[in-house]
Design a protein around this ligand. Structure first.
Ligand SMILES: [Zn+2]
Length: 154
């Protein structure tokens, strides 16, 4: 740096205004709001990334990041996950007893605003995670909670 060759200006004290509490708050907020939209990928199941525009994705993740805590994010995510019990065409109770623990499947969707109307778009798990920049593991934790409590109150 050229400045190093200049005589130091002693009167110029570096102004460091550290507010630790505020920084801690910001760091906490940063952890909650640092999710980024995942990369586009080729999805054979739902053609998820063709189903929404990049702008819709950005709007969604911005709304997600704006939620003030992990808890409120989790309940937001819960509202987008539906527990589906597997439908049986012919109920055979005598077989059900021997059946393995009941299989559950989960349906994921996202909500986008189109022409002022909220529209639910079904997506796969991979897309769901990419959409909010979250891990499968976080989704699994929410699924486990949903299984215990049943459907979330929306
Ligand atoms: Zn997909």
């Amino acid at each position: 740096m050229a400045d190093e060759n200049d005589a130091p200006v002693l009167t110029d004290r570096p102004k460091k205004r550290k507010s630790v509490g505020r920084q801690r708050d910001l760091a906490k907020k940063a952890r909650v709001s640092n999710h980024v939209l995942g990369e586009d990928y080729s999805c054979s199941r739902f053609q998820c990334f063709q189903g929404t525009t990049h702008e819709e994705g950005e709007a969604l993740i911005n709304a997600f990041n704006a939620l003030e805590s992990k808890d409120s994010q989790d309940s937001f995510l819960s509202s987008l996950i539906k527990v589906e019990s597997v439908a049986r065409r012919r109920p055979r109770p005598e077989l059900e007893d021997r059946a393995k623990p009941k299989h559950r499947s989960y349906a994921f969707h996202i909500k986008v605003q189109r022409e002022g109307v909220a529209k639910a778009v079904p997506v796969c798990l991979k897309r769901f995670c990419a959409m909010f920049g979250i891990t499968h593991r976080r989704v699994r934790t929410i699924q486990t909670a949903l299984k215990k409590t049943g459907e979330p109150k929306v």
